[in-house]
Design a protein around this ligand. Structure first.
Ligand code: FE
Length: 201
């Protein structure tokens, strides 16, 4: 089935108070995400994977050098769908059960945030940092370019896009400040908790 650009789950200016401007979302969703969808559809045609779900296309093409273009665009399409859902205009605090799991895994919420920022800062060049569920355990990871937790059989609970197009308008070259702001003002903890519960974690 063809890839489709979903609407943002909020208005383009809804995250501005949280530090992500209308201009960033106009570029990031309307142009960058759309390009992954358009290019992905061109590469999907004739690939033999047209009948597969987006997730199946990603897993089937990961590590296949002959389908690298399709993988990159399909995975970036999936990553951005998750990213929009993982932010909220007025995020509430961390639900208690999630906070308890994070304290269990990382020692404290602050230590989790430190690890998450360090992962995103430590990703040389473009990529993502993640909170994942991996075989029942919460972990912080980083991935290059479009690679995502699906490639490793992990569940993505929270992901932050650290490609420059994600932060350059609002934060210029300050990637650490962008990721810290994402955690403090934009991360949709209800969504993270729902993902954890859905994964049986
Ligand atoms: Fe992006």
């Amino acid at each position: 089935m063809a890839f489709e650009l979903p609407n943002l789950p909020y208005a383009h200016d809804a995250l501005a108070a949280g530090g992500m401007s209308r201009e960033t979302l106009e570029y990031h969703h309307d142009l960058h995400h759309k390009a992954y969808v358009d290019n992905g559809n061109k590469l999907l045609a004739g690939s033999g994977l047209e009948g597969k779900s987006l997730e199946e296309v990603i897993v089937a093409t990961y590590g296949d050098d002959t389908k690298a273009g399709l993988f990159n665009n399909a995975s970036q399409h999936w990553n951005h769908i998750q990213f929009w859902e993982m932010m909220a205009p007025t995020p509430g605090g961390m639900p208690g059960a999630l906070e308890a799991r994070i304290k269990d895994a990382f020692g404290s919420v602050e230590k989790f945030k430190e690890d998450f920022v360090a992962a995103g800062v430590g990703q040389f060049g473009s990529g993502w940092c993640w909170l994942v569920l991996d075989k029942g355990a919460l972990k912080v990871t980083k991935t290059p370019n479009g690679v995502n937790p699906l490639c490793f059989g992990q569940t993505a609970l929270l992901g932050c896009d650290v490609w420059e197009h994600s932060y350059y308008i609002d934060f210029r070259n300050k990637r650490p400040a962008f990721i810290q702001n994402f955690l403090d003002k934009l991360a949709n903890w209800e969504n993270v908790a729902d993902r954890l519960a859905a994964a049986g974690g």
